[in-house]
Design a protein around this ligand. Structure first.
Ligand SMILES: NC(=O)c1ccc[n+]([C@@H]2O[C@H](COP(=O)([O-])OP(=O)(O)OC[C@H]3O[C@@H](n4cnc5c(N)ncnc54)[C@H](OP(=O)(O)O)[C@@H]3O)[C@@H](O)[C@H]2O)c1
Length: 291
């Protein structure tokens, strides 16, 4: 599996990233096996958020590292902050909202470090664009976390082009990614300028729900999608390879809870779809030829 920098300044991540959103649904033993399978397949980057699993998934992952302390060295830990929702674990939150205040970002990172059982985050993403975001405050928080050695890199998620550009203009270091939804069931970024902009910035995108959260994978579609057998791959491998062919160097963030599907996803990296088949798949999804 290729390891590649998101931006010239780093971080070096595996070209396919494992996402932890659904990991509260499996046992500790299954999670240990999932993480080890990913590492064995060369998938060394793990995507978290403070809120995943009703604020429990970072801690579950931290327990994996506690049981296997040697694992941290060979992996990159990514997490997110800024979303708050009512939960028994967060009794003071009355209504779902965003909080990108300096105080909350710093508190959230320090809490994530504790939960993940690590001293430093490789990458922090501001999870959602906050209409009340004060870029001075975000810049102050990120700079202080970086100078304290608690954070190596920063990025964003679900930001528009103007939100990315605005926040970047307040920072003395680069935002290294925008993690956005990209899949065969969400094609907008290919056409709305999001990927063009990231290429202009020399920043690699991350694709969340790259298999559409599993919803595009039905037996019927598998039949229709005969291209997979031409490439000796599966439907999901071809879906990931299709995303990764884009010249913006998209890093898919996969969400499976099954070790065999992690190995399957890793195999997608070796599939090189030719240009005509790429457009053939686009046509199959949109139902029409390009103009
Ligand atoms: N930044 C954001 O706002 C944001 C939002 C959503 C997600 N994310 C990130 O993106 C990650 C991935 O999201 P996702 O879980 O929706 O991604 P996904 O990879 O598109 O979907 C994974 C889901 O598809 C199912 N699936 C069915 N067939 C599969 C196959 N052949 N191979 C793989 N999976 C198959 C999986 O079930 P099994 O578990 O049974 O395999 C799982 O439920 C999350 O973990 C999170 O890190 C970020």
């Amino acid at each position: 599996m290729e390891q590649r920098k998101l931006h010239a300044n780093g971080p070096l991540c595996s070209r396919i990233i494992c996402g932890a959103w659904r990991w509260h649904t499996i046992s500790h033993e299954q999670l240990d096996r999932l993480v080890q399978t990913a590492l064995d397949a060369g998938i060394r980057s793990f995507d978290h958020a403070d809120v995943y699993g009703d604020h429990s998934n970072e801690e579950l992952f931290g327990q994996v590292l506690r049981r296997n302390p040697g694992l941290r060295k060979g992996m990159q830990l990514i997490t997110k902050c800024g979303v708050k929702f009512p939960s028994t674990r967060r009794p003071s939150t009355r209504v779902k909202h965003y909080d990108t205040s300096s105080k909350h970002i710093i508190w959230s990172v320090e809490n994530s470090l504790k939960m993940l059982n690590t001293d430093v985050l490789d990458l922090l993403l501001i999870h959602r664009p906050d209409p009340l975001m004060d870029p001075h405050e975000v810049a102050e928080a990120l700079s202080s976390l970086r100078s304290d050695g608690k954070l190596l890199h920063a990025g964003v998620s679900n930001f528009t082009i103007s939100q990315f550009r605005m926040l970047q203009s307040y920072l003395s270091f680069p935002l290294v990614t925008n993690q956005i939804e990209i899949s065969l069931s969400r094609l907008d970024p290919f056409f709305n300028g999001d990927l063009d902009f990231l290429m202009e910035q020399r920043v690699s995108p991350m694709a969340w729900s790259p298999l559409g959260g599993g919803k595009t994978i039905s037996a019927d579609e598998r039949e229709v999608f005969q291209m997979a057998s031409k490439y000796n791959g599966t439907y999901s491998q071809l879906s990931l390879a299709w995303i990764m062919k884009h010249p913006s160097t998209i890093f898919p963030v996969i969400g499976t809870t099954k070790p065999e599907r992690i190995i399957e996803a890793a195999g997608s990296f070796d599939i090189q779809i030719d240009r005509q088949d790429w457009f053939g798949i686009l046509k199959w999804v949109t139902g029409k030829d390009v103009a």
